[in-house]
Design a protein around this ligand. Structure first.
Ligand code: HEC
Length: 162
């Protein structure tokens, strides 16, 4: 009898422990509750605007509209800076180092290309930025979000010709 009691007590303790572990891990996995007065866009939302700017930059640069290209390079820089502040982690792992490593040099080269109005450098820098996007996507299991030079402008109400 005594032995049986101890066994069932052990079983109950085990069950409680297992339950609290499940609760703990589900609490950790849950995103914080949404606060309408404190809305923080998700990484996917921030990436979406990066995609828009990346597309515009191609047409601005390839049409040699350097002021528009400079403006768009700035917007991309701001977008990346926003990610570092607002969404520095993806699935609890920091993406800051990878963001800096993969986009830092291409962004610097893009700035230089725009400043020198150098089309060849522009295209090289643009392609290495695009490669940076894709390296990170592949690293995070999003290889299917493959970024490329756009074939046609997504926004035709903006004139790319200088
Ligand atoms: C440091 C890593 C990293 C870099 C660099 C990066 N991305 Fe992403 N991107 C991600 C991750 C992670 C996701 C998935 C986010 C999610 O679904 O919550 C993503 C998702 C996206 C999406 C899909 C968003 C959606 O919800 O539709 C687009 C578009 C995108 N990225 C564009 C870009 C472009 C363009 C660049 C380069 C200029 C870029 N990304 C650079 C990590 C990165």
């Amino acid at each position: 009898m005594i032995r049986q009691n101890r066994m069932s007590r052990n079983f109950a303790m085990g069950a409680i422990l297992a339950l609290s572990l499940v609760q703990m891990s589900s609490a950790m996995a849950q995103p914080p509750p949404k606060d309408p007065n404190n809305y923080v866009p998700g990484l996917g939302d921030l990436m979406g605007s990066l995609q828009v700017q990346h597309g515009k930059l191609w047409f601005a640069g390839s049409q040699q509209n350097w002021p528009l290209a400079a403006y768009t390079v700035d917007a991309i820089k701001e977008g990346i800076a926003d990610m570092i502040v607002l969404r520095p982690r993806y699935k609890r792992e920091s993406i800051v180092e990878m963001l800096t490593l993969l986009t830092g040099q291409p962004m610097q080269d893009l700035e230089e290309a725009v400043q020198k109005q150098d089309s060849v450098l522009f295209m090289q820098a643009y392609d290495s930025l695009t490669e940076g996007c894709n390296v990170c996507h592949s690293n995070h299991g999003y290889g299917f979000i493959a970024i490329q030079r756009p074939a046609a402008p997504a926004w035709t109400n903006l004139r790319y010709r200088p």
